[in-house]
Design a protein around this ligand. Structure first.
Ligand SMILES: CCCCCCCC/C=C\CCCCCCCC(=O)OC[C@H](COP(=O)(O)O[C@@H]1[C@H](O)[C@H](OP(=O)(O)O)[C@@H](O)[C@H](O)[C@H]1O)OC(=O)CCCCCCC/C=C\CCCCCCCC
Ligand SMILES: Nc1ccn([C@@H]2O[C@H](COP(=O)(O)O)[C@@H](O)[C@H]2O)c(=O)n1
Ligand SMILES: [Mg+2]
Length: 252
């Protein structure tokens, strides 16, 4: 949903990115420092039930981390490794935030709510994995009621308010997140299922070998098949998807 704000956000982040770029900081440094700060904020403050300061520290580093793409673009340093690092570090940061919440809730004796936080962590990972895997297979998967920004905003606003003593807000937010993340997984399954059914299976690259007792014929590989190896395989579109993510001025 908040993805719609990307163009507007880009207009704000690009001049800031230009300023940061002048200091010589690289996009990968921003990604790593942003993640390290988020992880430290989550694992130092939340387990001690210091939700307010934890939220402020995490928010500062998450917002800082949003500059990596802008700096990469204005300096012409966008790279495939950077894109990989960015997405992978996002998963580390998300895991630390929910692990920190779980630790704080457990210490407070709220084991039930800690389990909901664990569910949110796992569901968030599945949401992101579904998109990564879909894109690796050449599909698009830019859908979902609770993409990363929505999940972070809900969790962080609730944790901050919980830290200020607002009752039930964290409980409500974690249950809401659990539901919304589950719906998002369903939305991503549905969009990939539709594309997989609409696109016929790729023809085999070479004429199929004669089946024999020693080497049975393999089913054709491609995005239309029901199951397959974990590694991305050639498909009609991966380059196109990647180009889209690397297009100048576009937040992927
Ligand atoms: C009294 C209590 C005070 C508490 C204050 C707390 C306020 C906290 C509120 C907000 C702060 C957090 C903002 C978080 C913003 C979102 C961060 C973010 O992830 O932005 C990047 C995001 C995704 O970009 P990427 O393409 O780089 O990442 C992709 C993503 O990870 C995908 O994940 P998936 O969705 O699949 O799970 C991966 O699949 C993919 O691999 C990966 O590449 O960008 C956007 O989504 C663009 C829209 C962002 C809109 C953000 C709006 C922020 C609005 C306001 C922030 C202002 C907060 C002010 C705080 C004041 C603090 C005192
Ligand atoms: N260390 C990095 C981080 C990002 N990129 C590039 O930016 C794109 C993501 O931009 P966002 O504005 O969505 O964060 C990413 O796909 C890369 O092209 C980079 O090169 N190095
Ligand atoms: Mg980033």
């Amino acid at each position: 949903m908040l993805n719609k704000l990307r163009p507007a956000l880009g207009r704000v982040l690009t001049p800031i990115g230009r300023g940061v770029a002048r200091t010589g900081v690289t996009p990968n440094t921003i990604t790593v420092v942003g993640t390290a700060g988020t992880v430290a904020g989550a694992l130092v403050f939340f387990p001690r039930e210091n939700y307010f300061w934890g939220t402020l520290v995490i928010t500062a580093f998450v917002l800082f981390d949003m500059l990596d793409g802008a700096v990469a673009r204005v300096t012409g340093r966008s790279s495939r490794f950077g894109a990989f690092l960015d997405s992978t570090m996002d998963r580390v940061a998300d895991a630390a935030i929910f692990a920190g919440l779980m630790a704080g809730l457990s210490r407070d004796g709220q084991d039930g709510l800690a389990s909901v936080a664990l569910y949110c962590l796992v569901a968030g990972v599945v949401v992101s994995y579904a998109k990564a895997r879909a894109e690796g297979l050449g599909y698009t998967c830019n859908v979902g009621i609770a993409e990363r920004s929505e999940r972070l905003i809900i969790a962080l606003v609730a944790a901050g308010l919980h830290g200020l003593g607002v009752p039930y807000v964290l409980t409500f937010a974690l249950w809401l997140l659990a539901v919304l993340s589950t719906v998002t997984v369903g939305q991503r399954f549905a969009t990939v299922y539709k594309q997989a059914n609409a696109r016929p299976a790729e023809p085999p690259a070479q004429p199929p070998a004669q089946p024999s007792a020693q080497s049975p014929a393999q089913p054709p590989a491609g995005p239309g098949r029901a199951s397959g190896p974990a590694a991305p395989e050639p498909s009609a579109e991966p380059a196109e998807v990647d180009e889209e993510r690397h297009a100048p001025g576009r937040r992927a």
